[in-house]
Design a protein around this ligand. Structure first.
Ligand code: PLP
Length: 388
């Protein structure tokens, strides 16, 4: 059976060019970048080249790039790195109700540490109103964190506007850019963010590497304690091959993102329209006009999302219900609930996230498979009544 992957927001395969960078690097670039001998110097050079490549993607100064282990660590370093600096004085922070668990759990921990947290609501379109953020700011607010693109529904938040509000109020602003990088052009300076998270495995680099953009002038407290690596912001011997792979993926994405994402957006639209045309009682979750090009999230009245995932998997298609990180949990997606969907509709939702390897033929086959699975599952659904 042919298998086709439509779950690129969960993770992406390595790009062949990235593998060609990574495989020899694992064997050859084994020096410790802090060593002063030849091996160390080679590792250091490669690490700094990777930093420049990443700075190219983010349009920033290479000194503003801190290599970390992935998106979760980047988010945690940003959030605790800012909040813990102000432990005794100011005690309030703002985020949204649709963040990834890497952000939401960090804020829950901040609450346990005595910080007041405001969770800004989103509209039924999955977008936060910047005025909600403005209204939530207090004299003791130290941090605002709003994701750039949502992992489940793909909606993009008005980051520039929120950054301007944060700047006016003198509050540090972090954005989780894990699902935006590689899908839309990023310009850290133009966005106005102080901190911005990136994850390697979402942009065709391996798991276990990521980066945090820290604007020059912003200081973050360290999460870990050890050596003075990464300009004393992230201790631990650097993962140089991982950084090289991330640098390579960043450069490639910077080079062909515009044309590739146009192609992917057309495929996504074809998939979405095809499903809506072929299967009755399907609705699109979230704004259609402000989202990353590769994602669509649909609800299917009367069907359990998990049953649909399994049915499609048996036909060779990998898709996701809720976010991958929370799959296995019975709870419906917190993002869809925050947008006002009922628990039933939230539970009936599926995420399709496309990528570089998807073709028109695969999309057409997926439309057929979804229509078939939906019809079959509805026949045995106790809750679905076909509309006349
Ligand atoms: N933030 C978002 C929006 C994500 O989608 C993810 C992963 O799904 C993460 C953070 C966590 O990234 P990582 O898996 O690299 O830790």
């Amino acid at each position: 059976m042919n298998r086709f992957y439509f779950d690129h927001n969960a993770t992406t395969p390595l790009r062949p060019e990235v593998l060609q960078t990574l495989a020899p690097a694992l064997a050859e670039v084994y020096g410790n970048a802090s060593s002063i001998h030849y091996y160390g110097q080679i590792a250091k050079q490669r690490l700094e080249m990777a930093r420049r490549q990443l700075a190219g993607l983010l349009k920033c100064d290479p000194r503003e790039v801190v290599f970390v282990s992935g998106g979760t660590e980047a988010d945690n370093l940003a959030i605790f790195g800012i909040a813990r600096q102000n432990e005794s004085a100011r005690r309030h922070a703002i985020t949204t109700s649709i963040e990834h668990p890497a952000v939401l759990s960090a804020f829950a921990q901040l609450e346990r540490e005595g910080v007041d947290v405001t969770y800004a609501r989103v509209g039924s379109d999955g977008i936060v109103d910047p005025n909600e953020i403005r209204r939530a700011i207090r004299p003791d607010t130290v941090l605002i964190s709003v994701m750039h693109a949502n992992n489940e529904i793909g909606t993009m938040q008005p980051i520039e506007e929120i950054a301007a509000i944060a700047k006016d109020a003198g509050v540090a602003f972090h954005s989780d850019g894990v699902q935006a990088a590689g899908k839309i052009p990023i310009d850290a300076k133009a966005l106005g963010v102080d901190l911005y998270s990136i994850s390697g495995h979402k942009i065709y680099a391996p798991k276990g590497i990521g980066a945090l953009y820290v604007r020059n002038g912003i200081t973050v407290s360290k999460l870990l304690h050890g050596g003075r690596h990464e300009r004393d912001r992230r201790p631990g011997t650097e993962n140089v091959p991982g950084a090289m792979a991330l640098g390579c993926a960043a450069e490639l994405s910077e080079r062909d993102a515009v044309s590739e994402n146009r192609r992917i957006a057309a495929l996504r639209d074809r998939l979405e329209q095809g499903i809506v045309d072929r299967a009755p009682a399907v609705g699109i979750n979230g704004a259609r006009d402000s989202r990353v090009p590769n994602t669509t999230n649909l609800h299917f009245d009367g069907i359990e999302g998990e049953a649909m995932v399994i049915s499609l998997d048996l036909k060779g298609f990998a898709v996701s219900s809720g976010s991958a990180c929370s799959s296995g949990a019975v709870e419906p997606s917190h993002v869809l609930l925050a947008m006002g969907l009922s628990r039933e509709l939230a539970r009936s939702s599926l995420r399709f996230s496309l990528g570089r390897d998807n073709t028109e033929a695969q999309v057409d086959a997926l439309i057929e498979a979804v229509a078939e699975s939906a019809a079959h599952l509805r026949k045995i659904s106790p809750t679905y009544t076909a509309r006349a």
